[in-house]
Design a protein around this ligand. Sequence first.
Ligand code: AMP
Ligand code: MG
Length: 340
Amino acid sequence: MITEILSWEASGALEKSARLIREGEIVGIPTETVYGLGANAYNGEACLKVFKAKGRPADNPLIVHISGPSQAEEIAYTNALYYKLAERFMPGPLTIILPKRDIIPSEVTAGLDSVAIRCPVHSVARKIIELSGVPIAAPSANKSGMPSPTTAQHVYNDMNGIIPLIIDAGACDVGVESTVIKITDDSIMLLRPGAVTPQMLSEVCPSVTISKAVLEELKEGEVAQSPGMKYKHYAPKASLYLVAFDGDEFIRLVRERAQSENCVVMCYDEEISSLDGITLLPVGKRNDIKEQTKRLFDLLRHADEIGADVIYAHLPGKSGEELAMYNRMIRACSHRIIGG
Ligand code: AMP
Ligand code: MG
C-alpha cells in the first residue's frame, strides 16, 4: 500500500480522509495531543485494522473522538459530572470513561462495558470527525510500545505501507496523550495524566483519586484499571536513564558517563554551555514544562535516529503539569533511575 501524506490545507484532503474513514479505512490524523490512527468507531472491522496496524494488544481499548460534548449521548450513558467536566475542559485534552451503549462494537472497547470519549480541540481533527459523520476511534498512531507520534513524519516512519493516508497539520501542541479519567456521579479516578492536571480536575469535582499505575510501573500480574498502563510504553530503542541529581551533580555525572558511552543528553537550555563536546538534545528552558512536554517524544525518537545507545535525561517532578512527563518517562526508562 502507498501511504500518502497530504497537508490539511490541500484541496480535498480532509474530505478524502473523512471518506476513507467512513468507508472502513484507517487514516493518520492530527490532534492537539499526539497524532491518532482514526477509524469509524461504529465499524468493528475497521477498528480491528487499527490494532493490526499498531501491533496493539487486543485487550487495550481505543478512545472514541467526538465533534462536541453532546455527541457522547450516541455512544455512552452520561451523567451530570460529565457535563460539568465538559463545560470546563471540552473541547480539549481530556478523555472521560463512561458506561457504553450497544452501538459501540466490542472491538473498540476491547470487550469492556465502558467507553473512553474525547472531544479534541484541534480544528482539523474536529473537521474530519464532522465530515465523516461518525465518531472516530483513534489511538496514538505509533507502533505499539514506541513513543507516540507528534508529527506527520513520525506517523509515516511507523505506518508507511500500512495505512493509505496521513493528514499533516504540523507538530502537535501538547505533545503527550490526553488525560484519562473514569467518573462516577461524584468522583474522578485519574488513569493517565496529561495536560489537564489533577488540580484542574479537583476544581470541578473535589474527589479526585490517582490510580496507582500513574506513579508506578505495575509489577508482573498486577491489574491495571486502564489496560494501556500495564504495557511498556513510549520507549525508544536506546536505554533511557533518568537522573534525579540536579545542577552541578547532573553535569558531573553525564560528563563522566559521556566519556565511555555513545550517549545523548536531554538537558535544559541553561545547561548547554556546561556540556560542550557532548551530543545534546535540549528540552527547553528549565521551568518551561509545556515546551519540555511538547518536545519529549520527538527527542526520544530523534535519539534513536542519530544512533544513540544511551540517553540521559532529568527525572521530572511528580506534581502539576510535570506529572504527565513523569508518567511517560518512568515507563520509557524501565526502572533506570540514577540517584533520588
Ligand atoms: P491511546 O489510544 O494509545 O492514547 O491509549 C488509550 C488509553 O485509554 C489506554 O491507556 C487505554 O487503556 C485507555 N482506555 C481506553 N478505553 C478505556 C476504558 N473503557 N477503560 C479504561 N481505560 C481505557
Ligand atoms: Mg498510545
